[in-house]
Every structure is written in C-alpha cells, then in structure tokens.
Ligand binder design. Structure first.
Ligand code: PEP
Length: 258
C-alpha cells in the first residue's frame, strides 16, 4: 500500500454482517489476533460485529489497537424508535465507529441518502468514526450513471459535515454488483471510481481530499487484494465474506501492509 506517497495509513475493516453469535465472535477474535501477528502494526484494522456481539468484541480486543464498529445506528440520541440503537449507546460500549449506508441496508431496510445526511454528522458529533458506504448498481454503471449516483450519495451523505471535519469520515466505495457476488471490480475500475470520489471531496476541501481514506469493498479476497490495494487512491478495504474467516482476513491485512 502506498502510504509513503499518499501519507494515508492503510485501513482494513471486516464487516461480519449477520454472522457470529457472541461465543463465535470470541472464538474468532482469538484466532484472528494470533493470525494477525505484527501485520496490524502498519495498518489500521477494524471489525464490525452484529450489535449483540459488540460488547464481547470490545472486551476481546481491549489493548490490541483493533477497532470495533457497529453496522448501523440511529441519528437520534434516544426516543421512540423500536429496534434502533443510538450513538451514546455504542460509545458506552467502547465502540470506535459505525458503518453507515451499506448497500444491503439501502436495499433491504429502506436506508436513504436523506437519513444518512443526518446519521453521518450525528456519528461525528457523538465522537464516533463514520464509514460511509457509496456505490452504483450494475444498471447504473451500464447506463453511464455511475458518476451521477456517486455524486448524489456523497453530496447528501456529507452535506451537513463541515469541510474541516470531512477527513474524519472514511468512505467505502462498494459497487453493488460486486458485493457478495464473487465478482470484484477490476483494479482499474476501483481506482477510477475512488479517484472520482476523491475529486468530489476536493470540490469541498482539497486538504480533506488528500487526507480522507477511501476504501474499496466488493468480493475482495486474498487472491485479488494486492492488485486492488496497490492502486494509488485505494487506501484499504471494507471486507465482507472474507472477513469472517480469520486467516483470510489476516492475509488481507498483511496484503495492505505491503
Ligand atoms: C460488504 O458487505 O461490505 C462487502 C464488501 O461484502 P463482500 O466482501 O462479501 O463482497
């Protein structure tokens, strides 16, 4: 990974989605920590367990430097929101940040750019690190609509974030057609889209565009990681399926360390 040239520290985050009970999470984390070795020294590493395993994951990872992220949160601090979880609740557990706008939530839970417009600043204001997911569908790509879609998602999601705080948000470029399909973007496609996202941020703040970390996500595995992670604008990955296997995820972290 080109930290020396970009100045941005590589970042690898594993999204477990709805996998692992508390007991499975504990077992997995022991295995992950022993597989990681010192690969994590040069890379920021995070994991995103389901809500019920957050507390156990924080406990298992205490003192390791590996961050714990939730997979969603409400924009409200509290209130009549059955089934929701707020930023103060996550902070109380020792969670570092939160993934927002994952395409599975956009598709299945009616997550909208409008709601993300509130969630991203709510996370920042509470002291959580947001990872904002954006990405085009296959149809949008085929119809030449990728840039329009990404622009819209970035503009809405970051609208209420002041320019001086933009670099505190991590962006994950996740083309919907590559998520869980086994069909990753090519290194060139990942670079092109991520460079476009960086340029969009540059319209708000050139300094933030240089500093913000933009991850690739979509069917990344040990055998395709090096080429994608080697692209100049790709600062790491948000990993789904392969992050639920401790040795695969450790291999991906090692690939990011270069
Ligand atoms: C994801 O869900 O964020 C993801 C990238 O999934 P996968 O790696 O399984 O495609």
């Amino acid at each position: 990974m080109p930290e020396a040239t970009s100045g941005r520290r590589p970042y690898m985050v594993g999204n477990w989605k709805m996998h692992k009970t508390v007991a499975e999470a504990r077992e997995f984390l022991q295995e992950l920590l022993s597989s990681l070795g010192d690969a994590g020294d040069d890379v920021d590493v995070g994991v995103c367990p389901p809500y019920i395993a957050l507390a156990a994951t924080v406990e298992e990872l205490d003192g390791t430097g590996v961050g714990v992220f939730a997979q969603n949160m409400s924009a409200a601090r509290d209130g009549a929101e059955t089934g929701e979880v707020s930023a103060p609740m996550l902070l109380e557990l020792g969670v570092r940040g939160v993934v927002l706008g994952h395409s599975e939530r956009r598709r299945d839970q009616c997550e909208t750019d409008r709601s993300l417009c509130e969630k991203v600043p709510a996370a920042l204001d509470a002291g959580l690190e947001p990872i904002l997911c954006v990405g085009e569908s296959e149809e949008e790509r085929d119809e030449g609509e990728m840039e329009r879609r990404l622009r819209h998602q970035i503009q809405e999601g970051l609208q209420q974030v002041p320019a001086e705080r933009l670099a505190e948000v991590t962006i994950a470029y996740e083309p919907v057609w590559a998520i869980g399909t086994g069909r990753s973007a090519s290194p060139e496609q990942a670079q092109e889209a991520i460079a476009f996202l960086r340029a969009l941020l540059g319209d708000r703040s050139s300094e933030a565009a240089e500093r913000v970390r933009i991850l690739y996500g979509g069917s990344i595995k040990p055998d395709n990681a090096a080429d994608i992670l080697g692209q100049p604008d790709v600062d790491g990955a948000l990993v789904g399926g392969a992050s639920t296997d401790a040795s695969d995820f450790a291999e991906l972290v090692a690939a990011a360390a270069g």
